[in-house]
Design a protein around this ligand. Structure first.
Ligand SMILES: *Cc1c(COP(=O)(O)O)cnc(C)c1O
Length: 371
């Protein structure tokens, strides 16, 4: 089977290998079969390994949904009665967590700061000191909206110092930037299969401390479908998801994890970094500017400023590149006009070189100035 290879430079879903795509083509199976429960058991164990989580302390709980389901679940399920969430907010994905708090009427503090910078740790500590009812600190690891990498190890240490749990949205870093939940002080992390693991969309998962999930049995319940304890308990009892799982995505994820371990954590990290550096080189060569200081960038997303040229038209350039198999993505910074080029997926440096050929052609076609 010949499958056209597209280079996705959007922040997920990412370019996948053909072997992952084809892993979905399997005989039909009822997901209530023991055989399928066995597959999910192995998958959950492998997910722990990706983040170096000891199996006697952490568990992986699977959900059917896009990555946002994890944000919803952690916030609505892990807050005890009368306690508060502290959201350290320097971007669009942390803002999403604030919106979830608002929807569930959860007491929370929105510690908002510049989207162009890392959060101020002294201010985080001061907030924790002044609010002894904070039971959960929440912060996105890699803020996909800008490309900023947040200092989660330090934030997690502060959360623990003041007796709170630390939940990190690692959706756009897990499986790409090495993460060690113990060393990084992370009680709960999360992702969906289509980002760092390079599988398909539809499967999301939370990896977290089993003792805290057990304790959450007695916390106020705020949702039926997206309650962490309920799903965890069902897995423990039956080995199955409470409701219908995304069957084919699970097959793809199992294949993707095989490929993840075969490539290796460090080698994969290095490959994404090569892609990222090639993106920066291409941008510099054209005389375009980026908006985030590379010193605080994740190495996975580059936010590029629109050029100061009346002929610039993101849609036209996008369409030109799209027709040639390259997908570029709009920015998510409300105060400046940007687009994003991302280093996720099964791609490498030559793909970026090829992309910049098409991109430069697009600029020339639409008479957009460049160096
Ligand atoms: C992609 C992403 C999500 C999930 O977004 P969905 O559209 O629900 O898949 C959550 N957090 C971060 C940081 C992300 O990059």
């Amino acid at each position: 089977m010949q499958i056209k290879r597209n280079i996705l430079l959007n922040p997920g879903p990412a370019t996948t290998t053909d072997s992952v795509k084809l892993a979905q083509v399997v005989p039909d199976i009822c997901p209530r079969e023991k055989e399928f429960a066995g597959l999910m058991k192995g998958l959950r164990n492998d997910l722990l390994k990706v983040v170096h989580a000891p199996a006697d302390q952490y568990t992986a709980v699977l959900f059917c949904g896009s990555g946002t389901i994890n944000i919803d679940i952690c916030l609505n399920s892990l807050l005890p009665e009368g306690k508060k969430v502290l959201v350290i907010n320097n971007g669009a994905y942390n803002t999403r967590a604030v919106e979830v708090c608002q929807m569930y009427h959860l007491p929370h503090i929105d510690l908002k700061s510049s989207v162009f910078e890392r959060p101020d740790l002294a201010l985080v500590e001061k907030t924790l000191q002044e609010n002894d009812d904070i039971a959960m600190v929440y912060c996105c690891h890699h803020e996909t909206g800008t490309g900023v990498l947040n200092p989660i190890r330090e934030i997690g240490a502060l959360a623990h110092k003041y007796g709170a749990i630390f939940v990190s949205d690692t959706t756009s870093s897990l499986g790409m930037i090495p993460l060690d939940v113990i060393k990084d002080n992370v009680d709960f992390c999360m992702a969906s299969a289509q980002k760092g693991l390079m599988a398909m969309s539809g499967l999301s998962f939370i990896i977290g401390r089993e003792d805290i999930i057990r304790a959450s049995k007695n916390y106020p319940t705020r949702s039926y479908y997206t309650n962490l304890y309920l799903q965890y308990e069902y897995f423990e009892k039956t080995g199955e998801m409470h409701f219908t799982p995304p069957v084919q995505t699970i097959y793809a994820t199992i294949q993707a994890l095989k490929e993840y371990f075969a490539e290796g954590e460090e080698a994969k990290f290095a490959r994404h970094h090569r892609v990222y550096e090639a993106i920066h080189r291409g941008i510099d060569k054209l005389g375009f500017e980026t908006v985030i200081d590379p010193k605080i960038e994740s190495g996975l997303v580059v936010s590029v400023k629109y050029p100061d040229d009346p002929n610039w038209d993101f849609e036209k350039v996008h369409d030109y590149c799209f027709e040639r198999g390259f997908t570029i993505y709009p920015g998510k910074i409300s105060t400046s006009n940007t687009f994003r080029l991302c280093a996720l997926g099964a791609i490498d440096e030559p793909d970026i070189v090829a992309f910049f050929e098409s991109f430069t052609e697009a600029l020339d076609t639409f008479k957009i100035k460049h160096r």
